[in-house]
Design a protein around this ligand. Structure first.
Ligand code: 5GP
Length: 112
C-alpha cells in the first residue's frame, strides 16, 4: 500500500482540500510553492505511462478537477502549473498517479 492509498483510506492524516467518488486532493507535506496540492485518483494507477484508453475518463476527470481546484485555491488569475512526474528521471517518488497543483509564486522554466 502506498502512502497515498493510506491517505485515501484515512490511515494516515493529510490536509485534505477536496474529495469526490473518484479522487482526493490534499496539501503536499513538503510544499514547493505557497500552494502545493496533490490530486490523486482513488483507483490505483502507478503512473501516467501505464495508463490505457480505459483510463481516459478518469484522466479527464482529474485534469478538469485540477483546473477547478486551482481556481478554488485562488490561482486562476495569477497562474499555476500542473505537474505529473513519471519514473526516476521524472522525479516520481510515490508510485500512485498524482497531479501536482503548484502556484502562489512565479514558477521558473525550464524546470530543474
Ligand atoms: P512525486 O515526487 O512522486 O511526483 O511526488 C510525491 C509527492 O508526495 C512529493 O511532493 C512529496 O512531498 C509528497 N508526499 C510524500 N509523502 C507524503 C505524505 O505522507 N503526505 C503528503 N501530504 N505528501 C507526501
Amino acid at each position: 500500500m502506498t502512502i497515498f492509498e493510506k491517505i485515501i483510506a484515512r490511515e494516515i492524516p493529510a490536509d485534505i482540500v477536496f474529495e469526490d467518488d473518484q479522487c482526493l486532493a490534499f496539501r503536499d507535506i513538503h510544499p514547493q510553492a505557497p500552494v502545493h496540492v496533490l490530486l490523486v485518483p482513488k483507483r490505483v494507477i502507478p503512473r501516467l505511462g501505464v495508463c490505457t484508453w480505459d483510463d481516459a475518463t478518469l484522466l479527464g476527470h482529474l485534469l478538469v478537477k485540477a483546473g477547478e481546484l486551482a481556481t478554488m485555491l485562488g490561482l486562476a488569475e495569477s497562474g499555476f502549473r500542473i505537474v505529473i512526474n513519471h519514473g526516476a528521471n521524472g522525479g516520481e517518488t510515490v508510485p500512485h498517479l498524482h497531479l501536482h497543483i503548484l502556484g502562489g509564486r512565479a514558477l521558473t522554466w525550464p524546470p530543474g
